[in-house]
Design a protein around this ligand. Sequence first.
Ligand code: CTP
Ligand code: MG
Length: 233
Amino acid sequence: MPKRLLLIPAAGVGERMKIGYPKQYLPLMGEYSMLEVTVNRLSAMELFDQVAVVVSESDAYIDKCRFDSEVSIFRCGGATRAQSVLNGLKALKAEDEDWVFVHDAARPCIDKDSVVRLIESLEDSRIDGAILALKVTDTIKWVNEDYLIEKTIDRSHCYRALTPQVFRSGQLIAALTSADTLVTDEAGAMERSRAKIKVVEGSSINIKVTYPNDIDIVRQNLKALNKKRGIYK
Ligand code: CTP
Ligand code: MG
């Protein structure tokens, strides 16, 4: 049976958050940092055989984190997200056929129902992997460098990619090794090898904390989630 491994890239610097330290260490719920909330919520789901976090070699905060269950810490972050994930995959030493779920440290509002849907989608043996995503509801414009609209994209084909994204360890390592290191998600690397990747309906509260304005929204989302399911604190 292939294992289910969770890999959380947390080696970014959080430039757009502008708090002077990496956003994954921002206190989010009481004393719990964003990374602690993300990891503890996912561990509490009891769906993974191993949980691992990738941080940068110079990370000065990870040792103070309090995780509720066992977490492997890999100090092998790279210059881009794709490189951090690739280095983390190698450190995991998984079997080629193991499923690796990659989830942004910056998405603490991940809910169990979405992850269960993602896992269930893997029962279809024709697919190489799956990602959580949301159907686009706004009309989408393709805009040029002068901010002039060139065309409207048919939004019925447009989805916003979220995380987790899940692929076989061996295939994902191969895809990330040959892809541009600026690729922004795992699916982006896998698409180039014509992989069959299923889009699974995610949740609109699973936002990525990117800008300061996102923090209040995420705190509210977490309160609502915890009231509903009582998963974590
Ligand atoms: N990440 C990583 N290694 C990098 C860059 C990003 O592990 N070299 C991680 C981040 O820590 C985050 C996730 O990838 O959990 C998504 O990236 P993003 O939201 O862009 O975070 P940052 O890169 O830290 O933020 P910014 O782009 O504003 O600097
Ligand atoms: Mg970034």
